[in-house]
Write a protein that binds this ligand. Structure first.
Ligand code: AMP
Ligand code: GLY
Length: 427
């Protein structure tokens, strides 16, 4: 079957790389793709938000199945448009995508279906929000989380340690720093613990978790510095032990499924649940309606089944029939970023060592790259994700970094401690 993947990041490269290996994949297209994706798929010059053009392309090229990578086109209804044209889609319609597009909607959903999450209140004016913050600190809170409602490309959340920082961020939100996303603000209790990412496929009939993973959100080693889109990930995340996974299944995933059924949301795709584990209990930090990036990179590295079949059956309402086959070997993916990221950074620097990195056995996923005069150049903040498997997590870390060392571009950098949190669980 012909498959169209929509998006241009490391997530879409990982998806295309794995889809390409499937026996049911005939032509694989990616719109718009990037320089690395071009090795696995034919890149098509249509942007992820150009819904009508994507539909036309899919119809003209006998696309049987589309996979929408990022959240923005899902929230904008690209899934709805493709479905209306008769194309099977992996990725929810706009009604389901609201679970990521509106933090307030997601919070109401969690509270309605008794899904464990941080206590919170929603505000539409700054004075009331600031009074609530002051009261929380007076009552002994050591921190508070302020969230702009709506998509803000990862920038709309502040974990504040002081009342002033929280209040200043509230002013920023209502002042328009995140556009319309700041017109409603959630103030949340600050959860303390270890984060992990749960990716689960659902076709609204059944819900099946993939292997667990953990991202590294902060820019610097030891989780210092500002938040980013994610600087590296590994799988499995040992913080999610058997008992935590059981609780996640019954209190989060099963209730999620019951919730979308009751709300009559026909959700077919992945639900990515960001969790905080505190004393062996998981609570939801956020829902995302697409695969985590970089989390999907180590996750697909561990998948030994037929990925196209699994995603197609999810889109077709037959997820229960899919065979999800996993390797026990852990996998790690280390992001190489451009100097200055997550602030401003240069683009257009030539990248060397990609072939040498591949010779180490690592698979290099391109996140922000472009082809220029026969060379590969940087074209984003997160530029590459270097992924590897190993017999143990220690081996997987070493294998990934062996690949990372081969790659150079001006001012490139990566965290040196990706996967280190898993080591403390080793016996
Ligand atoms: P979100 O986009 O809601 O996941 O927030 C982004 C990041 O902020 C999360 O990955 C956490 O690191 C942090 N965060 C969000 N909500 C909370 C919370 N209630 N307590 C502590 N940290 C949080
Ligand atoms: N890595 C976190 C995310 O994809 O949102």
């Amino acid at each position: 079957m012909n498959i169209l993947v929509i998006g241009s990041g490391g997530r879409e490269h990982a998806l295309c790389w794995k889809l390409k290996q499937s026996p049911i994949t005939e032509k694989l297209y990616c719109a718009p793709g990037n320089a690395g994706i071009a090795d696995s798929a034919e890149c098509v010059n249509i942007k992820a938000d150009e819904g009508e053009k994507l539909v036309q392309f899919a119809l003209d090229h006998q696309v049987g199945f589309a996979v929408v990578g990022p959240e923005a086109p899902l929230c904008a209804g690209v899934g709805d448009l493709l479905r209306k044209a008769g194309i099977k889609v992996f990725g929810p319609n706009a009604d389901g995508a609201r679970l990521e597009g509106s933090k307030d909607f997601a919070k109401r959903f969690m509270n309605k279906y008794n899904i464990p999450t941080a206590r919170s209140s929603t505000f539409t004016n700054a004075a009331a929000a600031k009074k609530y913050i002051a009261d929380e600190f007076k009552a002994g809170a050591e921190g508070i989380v302020v969230k702009a409602d709506g998509l803000a490309a990862g920038k709309g959340v502040l974990v504040a340690e002081t009342e002033k920082a929280a209040a200043d961020f509230v002013d920023e939100c209502f002042g328009g720093a995140f556009g319309t996303s700041g017109a409603t603000v959630l103030i949340e209790e600050c959860l303390v613990g270890e984060e992990a990412s749960i990716l689960a496929l659902t076709d609204s009939r059944t819900i099946r978790a993939l292997v667990t993973s953990q991202d590294h959100k902060r820019i610097f080693d030891q989780d210092k510095g500002p938040n980013t889109g994610g600087m590296g990930a590994y799988s499995p995340a040992p913080v999610v032990n058997e008992s935590v996974m059981k609780q996640i299944q019954t209190e989060i995933l099963d209730r999620f499924l019951a919730g979308i059924q009751t709300e009559k949301i026909d959700y077919r795709g992945v639900i990515f649940v960001g969790i905080m584990v505190t004393g062996g209990v998981a609570k939801v930090l956020e829902f995302n309606v697409r695969f985590g990036d970089p989390e999907i990179q180590p996750v697909v590295r561990r998948f030994d089944g037929d990925w196209a079949d699994a995603l197609y059956k999810t889109a077709d309402g037959r997820l229960a029939e899919a065979d999800l086959v996993w390797s026990d070997d852990p996998a790690v993916s280390v992001v190489i970023a451009a100097g200055g990221y997550p602030g401003s950074y240069r683009k257009g620097d030539e990248i060397t060592g990609l072939a040498e990195a591949a010779e180490t056995g690592a698979v290099v996923f391109h996140a922000g790259t472009a082809a220029k005069d026969g060379r590969i150049v940087s074209n984003g903040g997160r530029v590459l994700g270097v992924s590897a498997r190993g017999k143990t997590i220690r081996d997987a870390i070493a294998n990934a970094y062996r690949g990372v060392e081969k790659i150079r571009f001006k001012n490139c950098f990566s965290r040196k401690d990706i996967g280190a949190k898993a080591l403390k669980y080793l016996k």
